[in-house]
Design a protein around this ligand. Structure first.
Ligand code: NAP
Length: 252
């Protein structure tokens, strides 16, 4: 897809990968709108990038999504790209039973929101000559980490949903991309990262954004990290072995 001259909505664009993507798209001459729940963070980012448009929105909330759609389509009639980036990750110990699931809902934020936002925007995007939906899943959609079980399941869901969406929209003007990033240094699950001492482990968000832009330019519909590329020819047994190796630690 072309990476300049678009009007792009990035959910969760005030930090991490979303912000790095927003900055890259701005530099390339795109109009960029970002949303997030923390108004003060959005304002802070807009001060750094006065060209950036901001909207306060919780994408896990149906009314929030509807208002976002209304606001964006009424004020940015030429919007042609939706980036479903907003996400959270939680370490969940399921031996705690239902208590372990109390708190922020990964299913609503990571899984429900991209599905419903895509559905809301499809008729609008379809009317544009060139358009795209870009879903940010994760390498953990393919090789799960048991310490973050619901996260991995939601990302696997996004992976499957995106495959189906791509096929369903293949006769439209909407290109459907999936990005499966490697570990990126960001605010994601900071509490857990601090606990296991990995706050500085991973690639920088600007490097991740550069790889995404490169993949988009090449119409690489599944933008993977190099570790996943190597798994292209892996067997079911290889995946089982990898799962065992990745989870052969005490994550508590
Ligand atoms: N970092 C990694 O290692 C990694 C690897 C693979 C995939 N990913 C994926 O990349 C995406 C971006 O994550 P990141 O690493 O950049 O983490 P991040 O810095 O924590 O960014 C997540 C963003 O999503 C927003 N957000 C969360 N819940 C939201 C909601 N209900 N409504 C609207 N916005 C919401 C957050 O802002 P507010 O809190 O202000 O709402 C935040 O700006 C996520 O989907 C994540 O799963 C990350």
């Amino acid at each position: 897809m072309k990476v300049e001259g678009n009007t792009i909505l990035i959910t969760g664009g005030a930090t991490g990968i979303g912000l790095a993507l927003a900055e890259s798209f701005l530099k390339l001459g795109n109009q960029v709108i970002i949303c997030g729940r923390r108004k003060e963070r959005l304002i802070e980012v807009q001060k750094m990038h006065p060209d950036l448009h901001i909207v306060e929105c919780d994408v896990s909330d149906e009314n929030g999504r509807n208002s976002l759609f209304k606001y964006v389509t009424e004020n940015f009639n030429d919007i042609n790209v939706l980036v479903n980036n907003a996400g959270i990750q939680r370490a969940i110990d399921l031996t705690d039973g239902i208590k372990g699931l109390e708190g922020e809902n990964e299913i609503k934020i990571n899984f429900e929101a991209p599905i419903y936002l895509s559905a809301l925007f499809i008729p609008f995007l379809e009317s544009k000559e060139e358009s795209a939906i870009i879903n940010i899943s994760s390498g953990l959609a393919i090789t799960p980490l048991a310490a973050v079980p619901v996260y991995c399941a939601t990302k696997a869901g996004v992976h499957i949903f995106t495959k189906c969406l791509r096929l369903q929209l293949s006769d439209t003007s909407i290109k459907v991309f999936e990005v499966l990033p490697p570990i990126v240094i960001s605010e994601l699950n900071m509490e857990y990262r601090k606990k296991i001492g990995t706050t500085n482990v991973g690639v920088k968000s600007d490097k991740c954004a550069a790889a995404i832009i490169e993949g988009l330019l090449k119409d690489n519909f599944e933008i993977e990290n190099p570790a996943l590329e190597k798994l292209k020819t892996a067997t079911r047994k290889d995946f089982d072995r990898l799962f065992e190796n990745m989870n052969n630690h005490d994550f508590d």
